[in-house]
Design a binder for this molecule. Structure first.
Ligand code: GLU
Length: 329
């Protein structure tokens, strides 16, 4: 993830929040409507939800009949994989590590069989694993979380799953924390600032409303996730990489902070007709310039990277056809 030189445009972030809220209401309002696409996303406090909104918006610009599209807020990656697998969603946003674990049937993915009918469409923004601590907590690196009160995140979120992977690489269990909670992204800030927690976690693009809300309430620090255990994890699991959370996005956090990162990816299944997958990716890539302006996390997207970064499941044939046509493959 590139460091962005300028400070965040707060009005823009508020607009993004408003767009998310409007999208949420329209998702509820159109729940009865027959829709050809149902996209599983994440919390309205994250970037998956506006990502789904952007995909729907571009897809619906296409005049072809049957272009309806709904965005559904969810708990995150692992809930999305479950909904994609049982047919509630036609496409979902998932962290690249969970795409890999599910497609290849790794033990981390606690289902009986690999999700081998999964197919990739493209990847989106970088998702830094984010730890925000109260400034007076004494927590300055991942190691320091031990013995503290930490929000693990909701079961079903990718963030929670990735925290479990991180903890395993440090040889920790939940007992190594003084206390744990499973609060949703937007509930964490209040608990942090009321001294019920010392640190909160999120794996999402930046800037996002969840970290903004917490860092506006009280004095906070973004905590680096670095060290030998992380280096070993990077050696063993090539779908993780080191990334920076840019400086200046949140009050009290002027400098970039190094941490583990994944990519947000968009996946479907072999059930999706080739023509629909083709139309989705065509709509997104033909509106690429608009996409990069819809959220600051999309500003550094690059089409050549989006067609392969973090994609463990094979490309859907409809997506591949479009990428070949336009020379991206
Ligand atoms: N990466 C998070 C998860 O899978 C979701 C982040 C977001 O909604 O932007 O739980």
């Amino acid at each position: 993830m590139q460091r962005r030189g300028s400070r965040v445009n707060w009005n823009r972030l508020k607009t993004v929040g408003l767009m998310a809220a409007i999208g949420f209401m329209s998702a509820l309002g159109s729940a009865q409507a027959e829709s050809s696409l149902v996209i599983g996303t994440g919390s309205v406090a994250g970037v998956y939800y506006p990502s789904g909104g952007a995909i729907c918006r571009f897809y619906e610009l296409d005049e072809t009949p049957g272009g309806g599209c709904d965005v559904v807020p969810t708990g995150g990656s692992i809930d999305n994989l479950a909904g994609l697998r049982d047919g509630r969603f036609s496409l979902v946003v998932v962290q690249s590590d969970w795409q890999y674990y599910a497609y290849t049937g790794q033990p981390e993915y606690e289902e009986a069989t690999a999700f081998d009918s999964m197919r990739s469409l493209f990847s989106l923004h970088s998702e830094p694993f984010t730890i925000l601590a109260r400034a007076d907590s004494g927590i300055v690196n991942f190691d320091d979380l031990k013995g503290h009160r930490v929000n693990l995140g909701q079961p079903g979120s990718g963030q929670r799953g990735t925290l479990d992977v991180l903890m395993a690489s440090f040889g920790w269990t939940y007992d190594d924390f003084q206390r744990t909670s499973e609060l949703a992204p937007l509930r964490q800030g209040e608990a942090l600032c009321d001294y019920r927690l010392d640190a909160i976690t999120y794996a999402a693009g930046h800037p996002n409303p969840a970290i903004l809300e917490a860092s506006q309430r009280c004095d906070t620090v973004l905590v680096p996730v670095t060290g030998d255990a992380i280096d070993r994890l990077l050696d063993q699991k090539p779908y993780y990489r080191m990334v920076n959370i840019p400086g200046g996005l949140y009050p009290g956090n002027p400098d970039p902070v190094q941490t583990l990162g994944m990519a947000a990816t968009v996946v479907t299944t072999t059930q999706m007709p080739e023509e629909i997958a083709y139309r989705i990716v065509k709509a997104v890539f033909e509106n690429f310039d608009t996409l990069t302006r819809l959220h600051p996390a999309f500003a550094s997207l690059d089409p050549a990277t989006m067609v392969n970064d973090g994609l463990s499941a094979p490309l859907h044939p409809g997506a591949r056809r479009y990428y070949e046509e336009v020379g991206l493959l």
